[in-house]
Write a protein that binds this ligand. Structure first.
Ligand code: CA2
Length: 146
């Protein structure tokens, strides 16, 4: 079985650490990717990291994971609340999914309360800051070792 995780970050997360630190903190996307790689390495897992502002690119990366990844950590960002296409891609590859949101989406606007991903995810981590990505990797590593 593959020992690789796909890390997917959706639209605007390339701006992490540059704006809105009161909501998303000071860490950059590079910091998040390094955190995920470090955590995964402790469990003998590799990481392929993808960030895109384009729905189709995210879907292509998710489809490709079927070939050589064991699980997916995803922060779909705004597509969480809008994209049936992204949901269908995630559901179609059939891999365990950890959905991560840096902010507590339930304490924010109503439109952020609905997720098209949560009910097909193995776990959902919200409001833990970027540490949520670390929790996601730990949870998937545990699932993969069962
Ligand atoms: O809390 C999260 O992780 C979100 O997925 C972030 C999305 C938002 O649409 C979701 O409702 C919750 C937004 C990501 C935008 O990231 C930025 C980071 C810095 C500056 C501007 C945007």
């Amino acid at each position: 079985m593959s020992r690789r995780l796909l890390l997917v970050n959706g639209p605007n997360l390339n701006l992490l650490g540059t704006r809105e630190p009161e909501i998303y903190g000071a860490d950059t996307l590079a910091d998040v990717e390094a955190l995920v790689e470090r955590t995964a390495a402790a469990f003998g897992l590799e990481v392929r990291a993808v960030q895109s502002n384009h729905e189709g690119s995210l879907i292509d990366a998710i489809h490709a994971a079927r070939e050589d990844c064991a699980a997916i950590v995803i922060n779909p960002a705004a597509f969480t609340h809008t994209s049936v296409a992204l949901r269908d891609a995630l559901s179609g590859v059939g891999l365990p999914i950890a959905e991560v949101h840096i902010s507590n989406v339930h304490a924010r606007e109503e439109f952020r309360h609905r997720s098209f991903v949560s009910d097909i995810a193995s776990c959902v981590i919200v409001g833990c800051g970027v540490q949520g990505y670390e929790f996601a990797v730990r949870r998937l590593a545990a699932l993969l070792s069962d």
